[in-house]
Design a protein around this ligand. Structure first.
Ligand SMILES: C[S@@+](CC[C@H](N)C(=O)[O-])C[C@H]1O[C@@H](n2cnc3c(N)ncnc32)[C@H](O)[C@@H]1O
Length: 254
């Protein structure tokens, strides 16, 4: 298992999960809806984090369907009538075979050195014909589009420091760019994908995500307190604009 850098903030709501939900849920829900998810589906949500996707799925597949949501840290996940919460490490743990109509993982395999093996494990958890949906970042496109020159340099220093930490922890920084091919290599059918680079303004969900993740690894960033505080100000200032991590998704069926 790699090192998961972005543990719980202790804040409520958790700023990282809050930003991820604002940034990504609408796209996730549209993508999964297109697959026909409905009453009766059995779903596995891997690394469910703050639970926004699991809770949405639970509503969509009710009353007959069921959602199993896993994470190594389940403090933010809630059990419901048709939701089972499982403390589970997807890299080392066992999953039932042929069990699910849908397996979804968003920003989880990115962190796991054994991601290609984990992908096969997720495939095997599907019933034949079931769908695997991955959503991941390709971090490389992030660059500054609007900021004063010194501020742009600071933003790029934080980006580079953060990506170095992720890389050292076993993350694959451009994993998002590879997921469609990885699904094909795993023998899945009807594979398709999409990739989107957005503009994130200071204060947007994307910049709130950048700020939240930087705060979680503050002690490991080679910045003075003054520089770090200024970085947080830049991530909240509407004058700052960055091109986003590429938001990549891919789906395929067993
Ligand atoms: C970036 S967050 C994404 C959370 C959620 N999927 C989302 O998109 O809102 C990554 C999540 O993966 C979980 N995670 C990290 N390593 C894991 C592992 N080996 N097995 C299961 N979950 C893991 C983390 O605890 C965290 O909740």
């Amino acid at each position: 298992m790699g090192t998961y850098l972005f543990g719980d903030s202790g804040e409520s709501p958790d700023p990282k999960f809050d930003a991820l939900s604002s940034l990504l849920d609408a796209g996730t829900f549209a993508r999964v809806e297109q697959l026909g998810v409905s009453d009766g589906w059995r779903c596995l949500e891997v690394g469910g984090g703050g639970g926004s996707v699991a809770n949405w799925l639970a509503d969509v597949v009710a009353p007959a369907g069921h959602v199993t949501v896993t994470d190594i840290d389940v403090t933010r996940l809630e059990e419901r009538d048709n939701v089972t919460v499982l403390e589970h490490d997807v890299a080392s743990g066992i999953l039932p075979g042929n069990a699910f109509d849908l397996v979804h993982a968003r920003l989880v395999l990115f962190y796991l050195p054994a991601r290609d093996l984990v992908l096969r494990k997720l495939r095997d958890a599907l019933r034949p014909g079931g769908w695997l949906v991955l959503e991941e970042f390709d971090c490389l496109p992030l660059e500054v589009l609007s900021a004063a020159p010194d501020d742009a340099k600071l933003i790029m220093r934080v980006k580079n420091a953060l990506l170095t930490l992720l890389d050292q922890g076993g993350a694959e920084l451009a994993w998002g760019a590879r997921i469609e091919r990885a699904l094909r290599d795993a023998g899945l059918h009807d594979v398709s994908g999409s990739r989107e680079v957005q503009e994130w303004e200071g204060g947007s969900a994307g910049c709130r995500l950048l700020a939240a993740t930087a705060r979680l690894v503050r002690a490991k960033l080679p910045l003075t307190d003054e520089e770090f505080d200024h970085y947080l100000e830049l991530m909240a200032a509407p004058e700052t604009v960055v091109s986003s991590y590429a938001i990549c998704s891919a789906q395929g069926r067993r």
